[in-house]
Design a protein around this ligand. Sequence first.
Ligand code: ADP
Ligand code: MG
Length: 424
Amino acid sequence: MGVRLNLCNLTVEYGAFTALDGLHFSVKEGAFVALIGPNGAGKSTLLRCISRILQPTRGAIYLDDRDLHKLPLKQLSRLMAVVPQDTAVDFDFTVEEIVFMGRYPYLGRLQKETPRDREIVQEAMQTTGIAHLAQQPATSLSGGERQRVVIARALAQEPEILLLDEPTANLDINYQVDFLELARKLNREKGITIIAAIHDLNLAAQYFDDFILLSDKKILAAGKPEEVLTPENMNIAYRTPVVIGRSPLHGKLVITVLKHWHPDKKGTLNAGQRVHVIGGGEEAVPVLSLLREAGFQLSVGPVTREDSSHRFAAYHRLPVITLPPFSPISDEYYRQHLDLIREADFVVIPSIPFGCGNMRNLEAVEEAISSRTRVLILEEQPFSLRDYSKGKAGAVYERIKAKGALLLPDKETLLSALEAFSAG
Ligand code: ADP
Ligand code: MG
């Protein structure tokens, strides 16, 4: 069970234009592969070639050791099914009739369908969640439903390899995820090898095991997400600087595009102003981002390397005090923090939690607050709900307020206040 797909020096030319240039690659049975690459990289060309819509100019594709372009068509259709990018369906047919077309490769000339064929069609409609639409004309369906009909037809072919060309491109996010869940289920439960050209790199990273990155007519990289989705590869293929992190929700890679991510013109107004932001926790990041876009010079800390605001600081090369993991804030770090605060024109305390671990950061603010350094407190949530120190941090917080810190209820007001102070 299962066939291995081998590309051997695969070259495809459209007239004088070379679309794919000497690809060597093999996809093993049961793989779940995302085919990625910028527009025009040749993803559709490759899939069309594997599905035999196109003949390679040079080289060959093998299913195990059989030349794919020399297999009888019916035999190929039992091994491989294709869901092309545009899911145009034959409008005069019902859903069930369309799915039934997937059985043609198994029927002899003039042979009538068997109960087994009907069973497979039924199962394909059930798997794709369209059984209730069986008797409806295909014209009455939504885009997402139509997509499912085409997949059901492909499944009725009982393929060992399923090729999908940007199957989610026209679907809303909810259908995209449903679709990718379905694809993964087919791969895991039925062992179908899946190769899908997919545009959304983050969705791809969330679902797929293996990647092929096409760039400039060739395979630039192939393998596990960590080997393929690197900043270097993304920069070469997409000509875009990116930052690759991991989602805290599922641990998969997350790609953030950094192009055009610089302060806007309005920001130059604030460029000379230094704002120190007390880091720690996710809630500090939107504040940092907002102030950075407004053009303020930022510093951050003290935070551990794993902290979200540390990542932000590292990406943007901001001054940051880096704490060792799981350690109390030593006197040395406390002093460094005081220095950073004293160099700043403003200190911002975001709406973050405080406990015994980071309470000294509030103490540093209390000690450093002066007529030169203004303290602004963002209080999106009452402090008592964020106080994990049995009230000790709360007491410092109250003293900072009493010393003249300004309390702001939301980020927009915080930004307006900072801009007003910087302007005059
Ligand atoms: P992708 O699917 O990665 O966006 P394609 O495989 O559609 O890329 O296209 C690869 C390159 O081949 C592009 O430069 C495209 O313009 C060209 N191309 C695609 N199809 C044809 C065709 N039928 N005739 C001529 N050039 C084509
Ligand atoms: Mg394409």
